[in-house]
Write a protein that binds this ligand. Structure first.
Ligand SMILES: *Cc1c(COP(=O)(O)O)cnc(C)c1O
Ligand code: SF4
Length: 349
């Protein structure tokens, strides 16, 4: 069975299907669905049933999505930073190239909630050609982040045609794919897909897991197939209230990611996206979590906690403050909270 056939058999995409699958009231689902899309794979629905709240909240529409008037439609100002539609050029040497408007699951906290999964997000051969043309005539861009939506929702052939076209641009050295599929629809990752991706190195994949319960046997297999194809795997976790905003959960998640050969890359403070305010927690909470990680677990398992600056300023690392005083002597605290110092002067010649 192809993954398209698999999807056709197993995706939940209407309020009616979801209400009956989880035995919950239909009206709130319908209200939210009239504004934002809904999709859950049968695989993830099963996990929700096994695990409960932390996975439920990521996937099941909540009426609070409609009650948030403070959030920003486009918190990172991506539309203004797009020289051509669906290509965001924010940093000099890298660009974000949106090649698919669909995902295997529509996360309720999605930063691109304004358009992902909606018909207005009209990605087609023409927009892809325009993006490629921009990349070809902008040789300062050496690192292209292929994203969406989720690029692995494309067929192998279509994705390959995009990767091939990117590889034909001499100035593009690194290709990164951003995908949540290893978490939300891991059976989409087949040996055939891995063999195709392998032809386009240096290729990196950043995936997206938010909770230890998402690290299943199926997800482990998907990551193994990709890692065995020589693709370094990273993870971009989002800090979400009531889902993973505790040191214990994040620590467990980061250690499990390493175990399935995924290097934690970013832990994101949630963006100010409209419809997602109920997911946001404070920066103090995030910094406290980082203090529980740094020094206490393998440095390989410690992500960079970062905020994507509202208005398109880029990602800013948020680091707990170990420095207590910086003068002729640096006074700092160790990860255990013990005072320590280091001379901050060079010796006379
Ligand atoms: C996150 C992002 C990047 C990549 O940033 P890194 O810190 O290099 O991972 C590039 N472009 C845009 C628009 C982004 O949002
Ligand atoms: S998989 Fe990523 S792009 Fe798709 S809905 Fe979730 S957060 Fe948004």
């Amino acid at each position: 069975m192809s993954y398209h056939a698999f999807q056709a058999h197993t995706l939940i995409s209407t309020p009616e299907q979801l209400a009956s699958a989880l035995d919950i009231p239909l009206a709130p689902l319908q209200a939210v669905h009239s504004v934002y899309p809904l999709r859950i794979s049968a695989y993830y629905l099963d996990l929700i049933k096994k695990t409960g709240v932390p996975l439920w909240k990521q996937a099941v529409p909540d009426i609070r999505e409609l009650e948030d008037s403070t959030g920003l439609i486009d918190p990172l100002d991506e539309e203004n930073l797009s020289p051509v539609p669906f290509l965001v050029h924010k940093y000099p040497d890298r660009a974000l190239f949106l090649v698919c408007n669909e995902c295997a699951m529509y996360c309720r906290f999605c930063t691109r909630k304004r358009k992902v999964g909606k018909p207005e997000m009209m990605i087609n051969d023409r927009t892809i050609a325009a993006g490629l043309e921009y990349l070809a005539k902008t040789p300062t861009i050496t690192d292209v982040l292929v994203s969406g939506g989720d690029p692995l929702m494309l067929s192998d052939n279509r994705l390959e045609s995009i990767l091939k076209a990117l590889r034909a641009i001499p100035s593009v050295s690194t290709i990164r794919i951003g995908t949540r599929i290893p978490c939300t629809l891991p059976m989409r990752v087949t040996p055939k897909l891995a063999a195709m991706l392998k032809k386009y190195h240096p290729l990196y994949i950043n995936t997206h897991f938010n909770h230890p319960a998402e690290i299943t046997a199926e997800a482990t297999l998907a990551c193994r197939l990709l890692a065995d194809a020589g693709i370094p795997l990273g993870c971009q976790t989002v800090l979400l209230r009531g889902i993973n905003d505790s040191p214990y959960i994040i620590k467990q998640l980061m250690n499990l990611l390493l175990k399935i050969r995924v290097k934690p890359y970013y832990l994101f403070q949630a963006d100010l996206t409209r419809g997602t305010s109920h997911f946001r927690t404070t920066i103090d909470t995030g910094l406290g979590i980082m203090q529980h990680l740094i020094g206490h677990i393998s440095g390989m398992a410690v992500p960079t906690y970062a905020l994507d600056a509202p208005g398109g300023g880029g990602k800013i690392p948020l680091t707990p403050d170990y420095i207590k005083n910086l003068g002729k002597v640096l006074e700092f605290e160790t990860y255990l909270g013990l005072p320590c110092s280091y001379p901050n002067e060079i010796s006379p010649v």
